[in-house]
Design a protein around this ligand. Structure first.
Ligand code: ZN
Length: 677
């Protein structure tokens, strides 16, 4: 519930302090469809100790081992489609300059990016630009023994099976359906639920397990697929010896290799408990691991590896597999340290009802990190901030760890120089100057506040089911965290603490947030479609709500000039009060588990798009020739050995391209059968 994505990938800060000099590092790797591929630098890696580098190396290997799990979680045909196309891409000896072959290449690149056949953000199935006939012809022209043939089937069987999956827009149309009146489980193409399961059956299955008097409940359903066979409903747990064992065994083997390089006993205990959990599949072990992890504050190297975030499940219970491997950025962590040291002050002064506030904010630890490897659901599209663990009671009793990933935000920022975006969409030179002067600082600060304070703030009333908001929980949780950050970024306390240079700085974030939420994030949505993704819903919800509530007083206006629509903020102080009002209401909804009110808020403000405005924004954006979504390739991490075979160093190579990396991962880190039943 707690990953922060780049708010649009659209923060085209023309010139920040960081970017006045042209940089030798080559950030832009590839661009296709609606995607741009960047590379991130890992500053500070060379000065780590050899022990730390070796720890990072094995954790990084573990981060890549689970890639296939995510593909299979996203849809049961994903591995079959990916593998078939990879064989064609590598083996086809016909005309590779044929426009249809070029379209096949783009389609394969999109599948790699989305970890499957559905858009990574909008979750709709994307339809290729080549024909079913062309696909069938190519499948028959590559070596059959290399293809992922269905059990007992032949090449024709493979074509018959995959053709509707790839080409028919009505088959598996959406990975995860998270709103509407229909059966969300039946409508979702993901692989978290199998067999003819209804939403009512799933909800009944978990309701029967839950005990509302349990103050430390496990995260029900987190690490298993729910299956209906005949009339029997049962779970298949993702663990060693269970579902996905082939990949999980490899992850465990790398974690074991990492243990001798642990920096201290606490970190060693974290790794060992994670291994235990992967072996038992017991969610109590996961909680024990999470508690050890949240208390591991002295290590410089850190990592996440497992079934963590639940954005992909319409019911918000089942987690996708992900990994990040990182180490601390000591200089920038001074900033987040100030924030976390003052966490209780922020909690006490927030505009929420006192019943919903934490009396004692525990262990909010915050740091700025440098990622060295990303995998699973963090790759190639990656968060810029993370706050874990997700279990409410662990956060309540043991605190949470919150990070801002600054080498990623820096790569975004540098790759955004001089794109013409701000000239096109920002109202006037005054706002552009604000963004130029403060944009990078306030962007990072909003992420810090969102992760470190926002997600960690507030409490549920006793007896409230943490899953009460169901399909709306992710959106409302992100809304809450964003609002907390927006409210406080304008607080005089931040100037006093030295976190912003002056009392004007917050206006840069306010302007960008309103511009993105009201207008420019729409460049990521296809014309005529609704907004689906939780962070995007959250941003539009906030922007539309404050726009509407402040309309009479003209707090924020949508002004037209030369046939183009612009956002104009007239009263920044009033805007802050509105953010505060909405924060109080969203906190109430969460604390009381008020599903109906949450649903109305999301459906009324976060989902629907104004068609005329959307058309205009898409046309203006198209002229800039930018890609609305961005992701990253990883560096290649290599062990250096001496003549005796001992490891003497670990190096990073930044030269690998997108296709090369994806094919290498598919060759070296692919352990699952094509179908995992
Ligand atoms: Zn978040």
């Amino acid at each position: 519930m707690t990953m922060l994505n780049m708010s649009g990938g659209l923060h085209a800060n023309e010139a920040t302090a960081l970017a006045t000099q042209p940089d030798a590092f080559d950030y832009i790797v590839d661009q296709f469809a609606d995607l741009q591929i960047l590379r991130y630098e890992v500053p500070g890696f060379e000065s780590l100790s050899l022990q730390q580098k070796q720890l990072l190396y094995h954790l990084s290997e573990a981060a890549l081992m689970g890639r296939d799990i995510l593909f299979d979680q996203n849809c049961r045909y994903n591995l079959a489609v990916r593998r078939t196309l990879e064989v064609i891409y590598q083996e086809y000896e016909g005309d590779r300059n044929d426009p249809q072959f070029k379209e096949l290449e783009v389609y394969l690149k999109r599948i790699w990016f989305s970890n499957g056949i559905h858009h990574h953000y909008g979750m709709d199935k994307f339809i290729p630009g080549f024909t079913a006939e062309y696909f069938a012809a190519l499948v028959t022209q590559v070596p059959a023994d290399k293809l992922p043939l269905p059990v007992g089937g032949d090449v024709q069987g493979l074509i018959t099976e995959l053709t509707p999956v790839i080409f028919d827009p009505d088959v598996l149309p959406k990975r995860s359906v998270q709103s509407g009146e229909g059966d969300l489980i039946a409508a979702s193409a993901n692989n978290y639920y199998a067999g003819p399961l209804t939403q009512a059956e799933v909800e009944a299955f978990y309701a029967a397990q839950k005990d509302s008097t349990d103050l430390t409940p496990v995260s029900y359903g987190l690490n298993s697929r729910l299956v209906k066979e005949g009339n029997k409903i049962s779970k298949k747990v993702w663990k060693v010896g269970g579902l996905y064992t082939q990949a999980i065994e490899q992850i465990v083997a790398e974690l074991e290799k990492a243990i001798p390089f642990a920096e201290n006993a606490q970190q060693q205990a974290v790794i060992e408990k994670l291994i235990t959990y992967y072996r038992t599949g017991d969610l109590k072990d996961f909680d024990a691991y999470s508690i050890l992890w949240v208390k591991d504050l002295n290590s410089e190297v850190d990592f996440v590896n497992g079934f963590i975030e639940t954005y992909g499940d319409p019911l918000g219970m089942k987690a996708s597999w992900e990994s990040t491997v990182n180490f601390i950025n000591k200089e920038s962590t001074k900033r987040t340290k100030i924030i976390s040291e003052n966490a209780q002050w922020f909690e006490d002064h927030s505009p929420t009802d006192s019943r919903f506030k934490k009396k004692e904010v525990r262990g909010v630890s915050a740091k700025v990190i440098t990622v060295a490897m990303i995998g699973g659901d963090c790759y190639p599209a990656t968060p810029i901030g993370i706050n874990l663990p997700n279990a409410d009671w662990i956060r309540r009793d043991h605190g949470s760890k919150s990070v801002t990933i600054e080498n990623i935000t820096e790569a975004y920022d540098k790759a955004s120089q001089g794109t013409g975006f701000n000239e096109e969409f920002v109202w006037s030179e005054a706002e552009r100057e604000l963004i130029k002067k403060y944009g990078f600082i306030t962007d990072n600060l909003h992420t810090d506040l969102h992760e470190c304070l926002g997600h960690g703030s507030g409490q549920l009333l006793p007896g409230i089911d943490p899953d009460a908001l169901k399909a709306y929980s992710s959106t409302l949780e992100e809304t809450r965290a964003d609002l907390f950050g927006l409210y406080y970024i304008a607080d005089p306390k931040l100037v006093k603490l030295g976190l912003v240079p002056d009392s004007e700085a917050y206006k840069a974030e306010y302007y960008k947030f309103m511009l993105n939420g009201l207008l420019t994030q729409l460049v990521r949505i296809e014309l005529g479609k609704d907004i689906e993704e939780a962070h995007m819903r959250n941003r539009q919800l906030i922007a539309r709500w404050v726009y509407e509530k402040g309309q009479a007083a003209e707090v924020v206006e949508l002004k037209e000039r030369d046939g183009k629509t612009y956002v104009v903020v007239n009263d920044y102080a009033a805007l802050r009060r509105l953010f505060g009002e909405l924060l109080a209401e969203v906190q109430r909804i969460k604390s009381e588990g008020d599903f109906e009110a949450g649903k109305v808020l999301v459906e009324q403000y976060g989902v629907k798009v104004d068609l005329a405005l959307h058309t205009e924004i898409l046309e203006r954006y198209k002229k800039l020739k930018l890609a609305p979504y961005r992701g990253f390739v990883n560096p290649v991490m290599k062990l250096v050995r001496n003549d005796q075979g001992e490891v003497t160093d670990v190096t990073l190579d930044y030269t690998e391209g997108y296709t090369g990396q994806m094919l290498r991962y598919s060759n070296n880190y692919s352990f699952l059968p094509t179908y995992n039943n």
